[in-house]
Write a protein of this length. Sequence first.
Length: 254
Amino acid sequence: MLLRRISKHVTDQNWFAVFIDFIIVVIGILIAFQITEWNESQADRAKEAAFHERLAKDVDRTREQLTVFVAERENRLRTIARVENMYFGDGEIEPLSEWECRQFASMHLITLPPIAVPSITEAFAGGRIDLLSETTLIQALIVVEQSEDRLRTVIESMRMNFPMLSQKYPNAISWKRATDLRKDLDQVFESEGYEMAADCHFIETAPEREFLSDVVLGLQRNQWYVNFLNRHLDKLGELATALDSAPNSSVSEK
């Protein structure tokens, strides 16, 4: 319809009308571009808000799991420190409880904690980082990602050449079963159906000097381990704060 009118105006050499028609066309195109851009912007904001919500849930879940994990490792660290203090400090040499002995005998277990945040992996590997508009939040994500990579590297290095005390000193520490399978063999298929207990014989006799050296080494490594875990937990806390402060967070909207 518009093209037919423009053609008629050109044929009639009504240049003023042609100019008006041209302005109408240009304005229409600009309005269409603006509408398209606005729709795309709204879609991006909706995707960003959805990603914010998923990221916040993942971060909270990981923080909760890691907090429990760190608390368990801190308890083990206290037990190792208690034994170290018995022989190198002013602590009295006293028997360890069954739980403490199991904790002490497990000092070699420098395992990877639950630090993976699926949404962060998605953000960097899947290109979702482009959805985020808050610089502070992006920086916090980068810091957590770098902290996770560093923690993995550190844990891998700490696990190398670290002896299992019960294997190296079988006369000082030994493992035994804590679950009686004679009643029901199917217990072994349950999540916590089969448990082990440890005997710390070194309390009863004077331990070897090499054994005590490994206790010192174990205390130091477990201290580093806990410190690195707590640092990463702090980084996750900073990310959670950045998420709460972001305009698209559910907390901010409330």
